[in-house]
Design a protein around this ligand. Structure first.
Ligand SMILES: *Cc1c(COP(=O)(O)O)cnc(C)c1O
Length: 437
């Protein structure tokens, strides 16, 4: 998280102190760094520069218009999974012709919208869906560009809920059947077979599974290019990030640890894959979400109370699982740091084993358990790091809690890119039936 660091004991996002943003905009508050987003994008762009390539940010990881526009300005295309995401990309001022549309259950309306907007390609995952896309394209007198998602049956060695490339899950077409499916798809007159796609999972921290999958799929991609004239091979997303010791620099030396560096980087990924891909002569697409946005965002929260039971120190904060669902959903780790680091915070004697929890009535509403943290008190602020991907986008209104605000920082400028949701909006579309009045 190069652009989140401590300077003279205060946490900064680029040139702005996080505490000043919390003071101005309240909490819970998501804060994103323009510089980190852009740098992470460029790491991929540089690593793939030996290839004809394009990068399609996975909108589902962070769909804020300010974030999307930052990436569009850097040259990114987008990977979308719904008609809503397509409309967001357009609302952000980005070009639909740089969108690929994935997902196992596209509706007729979504397909129609995407065709009318002229997306780059649909990634389709089943034959019934190809038939559906063909039918809609015929009605609109268009040719629908498609790629078929192949399931290479490679274990991504990641969390079971985010592995997608084995036959145990619902994604893609079984590897052994893929060429037969292309042959049948080629008979559908309103389809343009443009590419082949794979995506084996998320939060991969080694290149091995990608390499294994590419070695398997590349020969098929080559044959598909010869037989059907496909022009691209999309490798999907999935490059993981470090969630522990995620701060890169600054004066908080005691937060530096060997785990700090990302285990897998775009450079390492490319070093393994570029030699396998270059001979294909195809355009290579990637769809990274987490790597670009994950370490580009934090969630700031305020301590409401500290409650000590006989065995536990509970730090009760104003953010909850409805704001950041990942710990409740995947048991995931987010590093938690106070915005102000006092001298001696790093000494064991000043730390206490803590559970940081939200106010929601669910025992899964926690951000960490039994973690050694500097002692904090009511009114102090904490930052949950690496919250830029699969953070706000998974927020809900559970417990009638409003969506948090989001701020984008660029250098010394900060702008609210999503206002805190006014509470009355939560029930604005509801009503009491006349016959109850
Ligand atoms: C979720 C998803 C991505 C992004 O995955 P990350 O792990 O965030 O990089 C890319 N492509 C497809 C098809 C996806 O479903």
């Amino acid at each position: 998280m190069h652009d989140f660091c401590f300077k003279r004991g205060k946490l900064y996002c680029e040139n702005i102190s996080v505490a000043s943003l919390a003071k101005k905009h309240g909490s819970p508050l998501y804060i994103y760094s323009h510089a980190t987003l852009t740098k992470n994008f460029r790491q991929f762009d540089d690593a793939l520069s030996p290839l004809d390539h394009s990068i399609h940010f996975a909108v589902k990881a962070n769909s804020n218009l300010g974030v999307l526009r930052t990436l569009a300005n850097a040259g990114s295309g987008f990977d979308i999974v719904s008609g809503g995401e397509l409309q967001r990309v357009i609302a952000a001022g980005a070009n639909p012709s740089k969108c690929v549309f994935a997902g196992v259950g596209k509706t007729e309306k979504e397909i129609e919208l995407a065709l009318k907007k002229g997306i780059y390609a649909f990634t389709t995952e089943s034959e019934p869906e190809m038939v559906r896309i063909n039918k809609i394209a015929r009605r609109l007198k268009k040719k629908a560009p498609i790629a078929i998602r192949v399931n290479p049956n490679v274990d991504a060695k990641t969390h079971a809920k985010i592995t997608t490339g084995t036959y145990e899950n619902k994604f893609g077409i079984v590897f052994e059947e893929i060429e037969g499916v292309y042959k049948r798809a080629a008979k559908l007159k309103n389809l343009h077979l443009r590419g082949v796609q794979m995506h084996i999972g998320s939060q991969l921290t080694e290149a091995g599974p990608f390499e294994k999958a590419v070695r398997k799929v590349a020969p098929v991609a080559k044959r598909l290019a010869e037989k059907h004239g496909i022009e691209f091979f999309s490798l999907g997303g999935g490059v993981g990030i470090t969630y522990e010791s995620a701060l890169e620099s600054g004066d908080a030396k005691w937060w530096r640890s060997p785990k700090r560096r990302n285990l897998l980087t775009p450079a390492k990924y490319a070093a393994k894959l570029v030699p396998l891909l270059k001979p294909l002569g195809l355009r290579i697409l990637i769809e990274p979400g987490r790597f670009i946005a994950g370490n580009a965002g934090i969630l700031v929260t305020q301590v409401e109370h500290v409650k000590q039971t006989g065995v536990k120190n509970f730090v009760i904060v104003d953010a909850a699982m409805n704001d950041l669902a990942r710990p409740a959903l995947y048991d995931s780790y987010h590093e938690i740091v106070p915005l102000t680091q006092k001298s001696g915070d790093h000494l064991k004697k000043n730390q206490i084993s803590s559970d940081v929890v939200g106010p929601i009535c669910e025992s899964s509403d926690y951000f960490c358990k039994n973690r050694m943290l500097a002692k904090v008190g009511e009114g102090d602020h904490l930052a949950l790091l690496s919250a830029g991907a699969y953070g706000f986008v998974m927020a809900s209104n559970y417990n009638t809690r409003a969506f948090p605000a989001e701020v984008l920082v660029k250098g010394s400028q900060a702008e609210v890119v999503r206002k805190r949701q006014p509470l009355r909006h939560l029930w604005a579309s509801e009503s009491v039936p006349k016959w109850l009045k």
